[in-house]
Design a protein around this ligand. Sequence first.
Ligand SMILES: Cc1cc2nc3c(=O)[nH]c(=O)nc-3n(C[C@H](O)[C@H](O)[C@H](O)COP(=O)(O)O)c2cc1C
Length: 180
Amino acid sequence: MDGRVLVAYGSKCGSTKEIAEAIAMELRLHRLDVDVRPADVVMSVHPYEFVILGSAIYAGRWRRPAMRLLRRERKALMARRVWLFQSGLSVTGPGPWKDPTPPDVATLAAEIGVSRPVTFAGALLPETARGLLPRLMARTKSAGEHRDWDRIRAWAREISAEIAMQIGRSWSASGHDSLR
Ligand SMILES: Cc1cc2nc3c(=O)[nH]c(=O)nc-3n(C[C@H](O)[C@H](O)[C@H](O)COP(=O)(O)O)c2cc1C
């Protein structure tokens, strides 16, 4: 496993994919060995010591490939350090917001022994919306670009610090980490 990190995601219109890529980029700044993959191409999490899995929320549910990966690999995930995230539009506008974690995700997270997903505000844009409903919704007031890249990168930075500690690397916020 050698400290390898998987960032896997479920995304329909691409905004959660970009969140996953931003997380991976932040981890790479800290010289971590990271693969970023759509959840449906991940055959196994066995090559990885650390797993970050996220999904967009549609109609209160995770995207099916991300859900399948979480369910299918749950035994292997129990033996790994895992972080979950999700993106949606229900956490935009004035709070407080209800935790949008789908019940089946909450159940599996508890079974695996990992915290519930961190929720990031997502995006729904006319130029990237795919499918009839997303295209229609992208033209409504609730749509738009709501991703908070500073918050996303800060979360990834916290993860990089924890991984660095676990694999015995020194860590600095700027990313100039070195082997001890
Ligand atoms: C048809 C549809 C249903 C949605 N349902 C939810 C939802 O239940 N909860 C939520 O927080 N966001 C919901 N959203 C917003 C998406 O989760 C958000 O736009 C997300 O960033 C899309 O990610 P993607 O670009 O990776 O597909 C919905 C969007 C669409 C188009």
